[in-house]
Write a protein that binds this ligand. Structure first.
Ligand code: CAA
Length: 445
């Protein structure tokens, strides 16, 4: 059976940054450590005035196509995952294809284009669609381009404002991939929820605290579903576990829940029992409240053990490095977590080929999906080709006042004129509106 998976990836960050502990916290009257230690964030990325979900997605895709020496005819499918779309009908993939056609010979006339929506899990779903298309033999030897692109903005003053971000990830899904092979092992946890939604509005209605509970509940169900087909997951089965990362503090919570589950009924639980006792079992408690209180106490003790801390430091912490410096990229978030993990492995000079990743995606509304991937030879070269460090270092550092202006520029209900903060350099830029209110783009040399 031919392997199908991720052949290449590219990342494009918004070109502005907001320093959360040093610029945002003082104006909000918050302790900077709420951001650095509590939420686990240092900086958020924002788009400059000439950037948006199309330019970021097209710029990531162009880097990928240039590096892999692809022409439009090599791509049979373009799916964009986003929850920041500005059009209810015309998909963002058509705008991105239009941009790319400005700079390449040939066109994407015969590529199937679409837009995937299920909050942040849509990027993973688009990969899944591409995988199924190739596995079904309907791809005519062509690859699929998946672009996850978002400008994650919240209403000014919403608690979510601390977790904003903007950027795009482009992924090439193909046969005989150079980075990761996707396996058929997969589990879902999905329920009709109203934790975070945008009913015909740009900024989300969000119940932040509840959204965190829903994230954990759906992840638990996806885990159960995954194990029902792939068998019990053991702590050392996976080199890394990238989670959807709205902010690193969320993943810190998810990691602890995951570890409790991982070690239950294993010799590790027996080892831990010597210091912190065995995990509470519901049948041993009078009611649900008593059981939950016992769980909460157990988790506090588990969190402090060397066994847990070592597992977390090796398997989860390395996935958070990019997120810490860019904020939430919604559909792209789990994909930058994966990229962070691979970058870490390259920096540590790890021999990762043949090792597995457990990828845990989540979308509000709500659905979690867990699947496994196998790292393949070629991963190191692909990861070392990323230039995300240079992009991060060259971001313009906003003052709070400038941040407010940028927020207004990207607010669809406001019409404000703000000078650009950076100069475009060999990239797609937004140039204004056309006669049918469509957005227009050009490649700026
Ligand atoms: N030092 C250290 N830690 C501190 C601190 C300090 N001085 N001050 C606060 N903290 C800690 C808090 O204890 C808390 O950590 P714990 O949860 O571990 O206790 C953390 O910092 C955050 O503080 P608050 O809970 O007081 O923060 P908040 O109420 O202002 O908002 C939030 C937090 C609810 C996550 C808010 O940012 C939000 O609504 N975010 C958007 C929704 C979101 O991201 N939900 C995640 C799940 S849904 C999802 O994943 C989909 C998606 O992408 C949106």
């Amino acid at each position: 059976m031919t392997a199908v998976g991720i052949d290449a990836m590219e990342i494009w960050t918004g070109k502005l940054q907001l320093d959360l502990p040093n610029t945002f916290a003082p104006v909000k009257g918050d302790d900077p450590e709420k951001y650095t230690k509590g939420l686990g964030l240092e900086k958020s990325s924002f788009p400059d005035v000439y950037e948006d979900i199309v330019t970021m997605g097209a710029n990531a895709a162009k880097r990928l196509m240039d590096r892999k020496d692809l022409s439009p005819e090599d791509v049979g499918r373009i799916d964009v995952a986003t929850e920041s779309a500005f059009d209810h009908s015309k998909p963002v993939s058509t705008y991105i294809a239009g941009c790319l056609e400005q700079v390449y010979d040939g066109d994407f006339r015969h590529a199937n284009k679409g837009e995937r929506k299920f909050a942040c899990v849509a990027g993973t779903q688009a990969i899944d669609d591409a995988y199924n298309w190739i596995k079904a033999g309907r791809n005519r030897d062509k690859a699929a381009l998946v672009v996850a692109t978002d400008t994650a903005l919240y209403e000014r003053g919403d608690p979510g404002e601390a977790t904003q971000g903007a950027g795009a990830v482009a992924l090439l899904i193909d046969e005989d991939p150079d980075v990761l092979e996707l396996t058929g092992d997969q589990g879902y946890g999905s329920m009709d929820e109203t934790d975070f939604l945008k009913p015909n509005q740009q900024f989300p209605s969000v119940d932040g605290k509840r959204s965190m509970q829903v994230y954990l509940a759906r992840m638990r169900e996806a885990w159960e579903d995954y194990e029902s087909i792939a068998g019990k997951i053991e702590p050392d089965d996976f080199a890394y576990s990238p989670f959807h990362t709205p902010f690193p503090g969320m993943v810190r919570k998810a990691g602890l829940f995951a570890y409790r589950r991982l070690v239950r009924n294993t010799p590790v639980e027996d080892d831990l029992a010597e210091t912190i006792g065995r995990q509470p079992r519901e049948q041993d408690y009078e009611d649900r409240d008593a059981y939950e209180e016992a769980i909460s106490e157990y988790m506090d003790e588990l969190k402090a053990t060397d066994l847990y801390q070592n597992w977390y430091a090796g398997t989860v912490e390395p996935t958070l490095e990019l997120s810490r410096n860019v904020g939430n990229w919604y559909t792209g978030s789990v994909h930058i977590a994966r990229a962070s993990a691979l970058r870490h492995a390259a920096e540590m000079d790890k021999d990762l080929a043949g090792e597995k990743l457990l990828v845990a995606s989540y979308g509000s509304g709500a659905q979690a999906e867990i699947h496994s991937e196998v790292v393949v030879d070629g991963w190191r070269e692909e990861i070392e080709a990323l230039n995300i460090d240079e992009q991060l270092e060259s971001r313009y550092d906003l003052t709070f006042d400038e941040y407010e202006q940028v927020h207004n520029v990207h607010d669809y209900d406001k019409d404000v004129e703000v000078e650009e903060f950076t100069a475009p350099d060999g990239e797609f830029v937004f140039t204004g509106w056309g006669r049918m209110n469509e957005r227009k783009y050009e490649f700026a040399e």
